[in-house]
Design a protein around this ligand. Structure first.
Ligand SMILES: [Zn+2]
Length: 239
């Protein structure tokens, strides 16, 4: 019975919510008497162990039955990070300490590897968030330009969203939308997501033609997809 080593499976923790990607590692064990689940905190994955002659579908059934528990445990692995003075925030994947300086002018800006936030302490988290959104929109715009030029396309508009399930999207009216949280990922990950959505302006599908356009623009696409699979949940738990 063929069993993949690892894969990402959509799990629905609640019937009212869309399924969420769940990294799963499959194991066979001659000694196991029944199917079991455990969380691997280092891998950030759920390990499903199957007795030698048990079909994969029994593992899937157990996973779905305990989806709430699995997703909750995996979500808890990425520490929640609030945008407060003294904590740090990754910008373009580089950690920046948040420094509250009520006496300074301007609302928030980068200085010497720190993110300086002015004004009332109560508004620091919101000002950090506003700064990150503006910076995300700016960097996404800069990243989109060379891809759009190379592919001979022009997006109608670029917008930001705070979606849990998608990093980017391309609407039929040629508007591209991105999660502002991409600013928290390394530049090359943001670049891949942007190139992917820009390529949809040429090919509104995931055909071989589409992937060869993306491949030509971002040879690092597999690495970027893998990065998002591993760290995406942590980015969702910041702010
Ligand atoms: Zn796509």
């Amino acid at each position: 019975m063929e069993l993949p080593d690892s894969e990402t499976i959509p799990l629905r923790r609640d019937p009212l919510l869309p399924p969420e990607p769940c990294p799963v590692h499959w194991r066979r064990s001659a000694r196991a008497r029944r199917v079991s689940l455990r969380i691997d905190p280092v891998e950030g994955a759920v390990i499903v162990t199957l007795p030698n002659r048990t079909a994969k579908r029994h593992g899937l059934a157990l996973l779905n039955e305990h989806a709430g528990w699995v997703m909750q445990r995996l979500g808890a692995l990425a520490p929640e990070r609030r945008f407060e003075p003294g904590t740090s925030v990754p910008i373009g994947g580089v950690e920046h300490r948040i420094r509250h300086d009520p006496g300074r002018r301007g609302s928030a800006f980068l200085e010497d590897g720190a993110l300086v936030v002015t004004g009332d302490a109560d508004f620091v988290p919101r000002r950090v968030r506003d700064f990150l959104r503006a910076e995300a929109l700016r960097r996404i715009g800069v990243a989109a330009r060379p891809h759009a030029e190379a592919l001979g396309v022009t997006p109608r508009a670029i917008r930001l969203k705070d979606t849990k399930t998608r990093w980017g999207s391309c609407a039929p009216d040629r508007t591209l939308a991105f999660s502002w949280r991409l600013i928290l990922a390394p530049d090359w990950v943001l670049d891949y997501v942007v190139a992917h959505e820009v390529a949809h302006l040429r090919e509104m599908n995931h055909s071989d033609r589409f992937w060869s356009l993306v491949e030509a623009r971002t040879p690092h696409r597999h690495k970027a997809t893998e990065w998002l699979r591993r760290h995406g949940a942590a980015l969702q738990r910041m702010g």
